[in-house]
Design a protein. Structure first.
Length: 407
C-alpha cells in the first residue's frame, strides 16, 4: 500500500442517478465526432457548418463594438432579462417577418441554441408518461430532450416527401398525443421537405384537433434548388398552435449558441419561467454581438455565399455517392440543408460499414439512432457541408475502398 493512502478515508458511494436519465441515451453522433477528430479523417458525420465560411471578421467587429469602453461594455457584460436582448429580438423578428413569418419582438424568447428551446418546451408541456409524435426517423437531440422529460416518442410513418398527415391524426388520437415535433424543411437526418399540400393539411389538423405543432427550422435559408415554402405558423389553422424554433448556428456560427422560440401568447410566460429556472438568461455579450452582427452584416450576401458553396458540395456528394456505396444502395437528392439520407442493400449494416470506413479515415453516421421505433440498420446520414468538393471526392474514394474491403 502506498504511504499516502494509509490514512485516507473511504470513498463515498456515487449517489444514484435520477430516474429521468434512465431512458436517455448518449448521442452516437457526438461519440463518432470524437472518433473522427484525429487529423486526416474526412468526416461526413457531423452536421457542421464550414468554419472557413464563418464571417469571423464581422463577428470580431461585433464583439469589439459591444465591448467598447464605457456604458456599452457595461450593458454587454451585465445580467440581462430572461426574454433576451431587445435589440437581438427585434433583429430576429424583422428577419422572420421579411421571410414571410410576421413576428413581433415580444413573441420571441432567446435560448442557448435551439436545443435549449426543445428542452424548455418539453419542461413546460410534457409530464412523465406523456406521448409526443415525431417523424420517423427524427432529430436525435430532440428525442433526447423528450426522453429527459419522461415522455415517450411515437414515430409517425414518413415517405420521401415526409410526414403522412393521416397517420398523424390517427396516432394522435390513438396515443393521446398533445404535440407533434417536426422539421418540415430539409429535415435532419433525411433532408426531406414537406410539400405545401401536406403543410396545409397539417395546419388544418392542428386547428381541428387542438394538436400543438413544434416546428424546428434551422435549415430553410440553406436552399439550393426550388422555391421556398411557407412556415407552418403562417398557414390557416396553425397560427396559434405552432411553436417555431430556429437558430443562428447554421448561418452565423454554432459557437454563438443563439437560438429562439416564437411562442403563442398562452405559453410565453411559462416558457420564460422555465428559462429563468434553467439559466436566468442566455449569454448577454453573445446576444449583444449577435444583434450587432445581424444589423450590420449584409446577411443576404452572406447567405448567397453559403448557398453557392454548400450547393456545390451537395452536388459533389450526390455526383459520386452511388459509385461509393454497395451496388443496390439508394439515396435522396435534397433541395437544401446539410444532409443526404442513404440506404444500403438488404443485409448490410451501416454500423459495421462505419467500422471499416474509420479504418480508411472516412466517417458517416449510421441511421439507426434516429429512429424512435424499430430502427433500420441499413440506413446512414451523410453531411456535405464541412468539406470542399475535392475533399468530398477523396472521402467518397475512401468510402468505396471500405465497401470493397467488406465485399
Amino acid at each position: 500500500m502506498e504511504p499516502s493512502t494509509l490514512n485516507s478515508p473511504p470513498r463515498a458511494a456515487v449517489p444514484p442517478l435520477a430516474a429521468r436519465l434512465r431512458d436517455v441515451k448518449s448521442s452516437p453522433v457526438r461519440e463518432i465526432l470524437a472518433l473522427t477528430a484525429r487529423a486526416g479523417v474526412i468526416s461526413f458525420a457531423g452536421g457542421l457548418p464550414a468554419p472557413e465560411l464563418f464571417d469571423a471578421r464581422g463577428l470580431r467587429d461585433a464583439y469589439s463594438a459591444v465591448l467598447a469602453d464605457g456604458e456599452v461594455a457595461g450593458r454587454s457584460l451585465q445580467y440581462s432579462t430572461t426574454e433576451g436582448d431587445p435589440a437581438l429580438r427585434a433583429a430576429i423578428a424583422a428577419r422572420l417577418t421579411a421571410r414571410g413569418l410576421p413576428t413581433q419582438a415580444d413573441e420571441l424568447l432567446i435560448t442557448s441554441g435551439s436545443q435549449q428551446a426543445l428542452t424548455l418546451l418539453a419542461t413546460v408541456l410534457l409530464e412523465p408518461g406523456d406521448r409526443i409524435l415525431v417523424e420517423e426517423p427524427s432529430y436525435l437531440a430532440a428525442l433526447q430532450a423528450f426522453a429527459l422529460a419522461g415522455a415517450e416518442a411515437i414515430p409517425v410513418p414518413c415517405d420521401e416527401d415526409g410526414l403522412d398527415v393521416d397517420a398523424v391524426e390517427r396516432l394522435a388520437a390513438q396515443h393521446g398525443a398533445k404535440l407533434l415535433y417536426t422539421i418540415p424543411t430539409f429535415h435532419n437526418p433525411t433532408g426531406r421537405t414537406l410539400p405545401l399540400d401536406r403543410r396545409r393539411a397539417l395546419a388544418t389538423l392542428a386547428a381541428r384537433t387542438g394538436l400543438w405543432l413544434v416546428e424546428d427550422d434551422p435549415y430553410s435559408e440553406l436552399r439550393y434548388a426550388g422555391d421556398p415554402l411557407p412556415a407552418l405558423a403562417t398557414l390557416p389553422g396553425a397560427e396559434d398552435r405552432t411553436l417555431a424554433l430556429s437558430t443562428l448556428s447554421k448561418v452565423a456560427a454554432p459557437g454563438l449558441r443563439i437560438g429562439w422560440v416564437r411562442t403563442p401568447p398562452e405559453l410565453r410566460h411559462a416558457l420564460t419561467v422555465a428559462k429563468q429556472a434553467a439559466d436566468l438568461h442566455s449569454s448577454t455579450v453573445d446576444q449583444a454581438a449577435a444583434a450587432h452582427w445581424l444589423t450590420h452584416v449584409d446577411l443576404d450576401a452572406h447567405l448567397r455565399t453559403l448557398r453557392g458553396e454548400y450547393g456545390a458540395r451537395r452536388d459533389a456528394l450526390l455526383g459520386g455517392l452511388l459509385d461509393a456505396l454497395p451496388e443496390g444502395s439508394t439515396h435522396n437528392r435534397p433541395d437544401g440543408g446539410m444532409f443526404v439520407w442513404a440506404r444500403l442493400p438488404d443485409g448490410w449494416d451501416a454500423q459495421a460499414l462505419l467500422t471499416r470506413a474509420l479504418e480508411h479515415d472516412v466517417a458517416f453516421v449510421p441511421g439507426y439512432p434516429f429512429f424512435a421505433g424499430t430502427p433500420d440498420h441499413a440506413t446512414l446520414r451523410l453531411s456535405f457541408t464541412a468539406h470542399d468538393a475535392t475533399e468530398i471526392g477523396e472521402g467518397l474514394a475512401r468510402l468505396a475502398a471500405a465497401v470493397r474491403s467488406v465485399t
